[in-house]
Design a protein around this ligand. Structure first.
Ligand code: NDP
Length: 266
C-alpha cells in the first residue's frame, strides 16, 4: 500500500471519538500542507512501535490506554514526558522515535492566561492530576492536592495533600483546578459544596479539565463571576503543541492555535 509522505495518525482504544484527526487535518488543509492525519484502533499497546513503522507514519498521537506503552516504544523521550513515563506524541526522526508529552505542556500553556500564579489547588489525584501537578511544580508553582479518598494521594509524597476529612486545613489558592471525573457523566461536584464555597470565595480563577459541558463545578464558578476555563483549551493546546512538532516548527504556536481552534466549530 502507498502512504502519503506526511502521514500522521492517532493510536488508541477506543479511538473513534477522538477530535485529533479533525483538528490536525483542518490545520493541514488551511495552511496547504501536503499531509493527512487518520485514526488507528490499536488493541495491543505492545505492538505500537512495529505498527508505527509498518504504517509508514512520520508522527502520531497516542491516547488512552497506550500512553505508557508509547513511552516504552520511543528511542528518546524529551521534556516532562521523561519524568511522567507517559508519552502522547511521537515523531520519527532519522528512523528513531522521539517522544513528548504535550498534555502537561498544553495544560500549562492554556493556564498562562492567569499568570503569575503563586499556588494552585488540584482537585483529584488520578492520571491527569499527576501530569498537571508535576508540570506546575517544575514551573515553581506551589501545588496542593485535594482528593475524596486517601489511596491515590499516597502517590503525591512531594505535595501537600488533603482528603475531604481534613479540608478545613486548606488555605487560599490562586487557581482551583478540577481534574476529577465528577460531572463528566453525572451532575456531581468534585467535593462537597461547603468545601468548595470556602475555596471559591478566595480564588482568582477556576479550571475544569472536562470539556464540552458546563459541569456543576463550572456552574459554581460562573455563579460567582470567576474567570474560568473548561477542558477544551487543554485539548486544543495539546494538539497545537503536537502539530508544532509535526510540521517541524514551520509556523508559530499562535498561528497554529488560531487555525486549530476554528476546527472546533465544524
Ligand atoms: P482517573 O480515573 O485517573 O482519576 C479520577 C479522579 O477523580 C480520582 O482522583 C477520583 O477520586 C476522582 N473522582 C472520580 N469521581 C469522583 C466524584 N464523583 N467525586 C469526587 N472525586 C471523584 O481519571 P483521569 O485523571 O484519567 O481523568 C480525569 C478527567 O480528566 C476525566 O473527566 C477526563 O475526561 C478528563 N481529561 C481531559 C483532558 C482534556 O484534554 N481536556 C485530557 C485528559 C483527561 P478517588 O481517588 O477517590 O477515586
Amino acid at each position: 500500500m502507498n502512504y502519503n509522505k506526511n502521514f500522521f495518525t492517532i493510536f488508541g482504544n477506543p479511538v473513534s471519538h477522538s477530535a485529533s484527526p479533525k483538528m490536525h487535518n483542518y490545520l493541514f488543509k488551511t495552511l496547504n500542507i501536503d499531509s493527512c492525519y487518520s485514526r488507528y484502533l490499536l488493541k495491543d499497546g505492545s505492538t505500537l512501535r512495529e505498527t508505527f513503522f509498518k504504517l509508514g507514519v512520520v508522527g502520531a498521537n497516542i491516547t488512552v490506554p497506550h500512553k505508557e506503552e508509547a513511552f516504552k516504544a520511543c528511542d528518546e523521550v524529551i521534556g516532562i514526558a521523561k519524568e511522567l513515563g507517559v508519552v502522547n506524541t511521537i515523531i520519527k526522526k532519522d528512523n528513531k522515535l522521539i517522544g513528548y508529552n504535550t498534555d502537561a505542556d498544553g495544560f500549562y500553556y492554556a493556564l498562562s492566561e492567569y499568570f503569575p500564579l503563586k499556588n494552585a489547588l488540584i482537585i483529584g489525584a488520578g492520571g491527569t492530576a499527576k501530569a498537571i501537578s508535576k508540570k506546575l511544580k517544575n514551573e515553581n508553582i506551589d501545588v496542593s492536592i485535594l482528593n475524596r479518598s486517601q489511596n491515590r494521594l499516597n502517590d503525591y509524597k512531594e505535595f501537600k495533600t488533603y482528603t475531604w476529612d481534613d479540608a478545613h486545613k486548606l488555605e487560599r489558592y490562586d487557581v482551583i483546578i478540577n481534574t476529577t471525573s465528577a460531572g463528566l457523566e453525572d451532575e456531581f461536584l468534585p467535593a462537597p459544596i461547603e468545601i468548595l464555597e470556602k475555596l471559591l470565595k478566595s480564588t482568582k480563577a477556576v479550571v475544569e479539565v472536562i470539556y464540552g459541558k458546563e459541569t456543576p463545578f463550572l456552574k459554581e464558578a460562573i455563579k460567582r463571576s470567576l474567570p474560568y476555563k473548561d477542558g477544551s483549551q487543554m485539548l486544543l493546546m495539546q494538539g497545537v503543541l503536537a502539530n508544532h512538532h509535526f510540521i517541524n516548527y514551520e509556523y508559530d504556536l499562535k498561528t497554529i492555535e488560531k487555525i486549530m481552534k476554528k476546527s472546533f466549530d465544524i
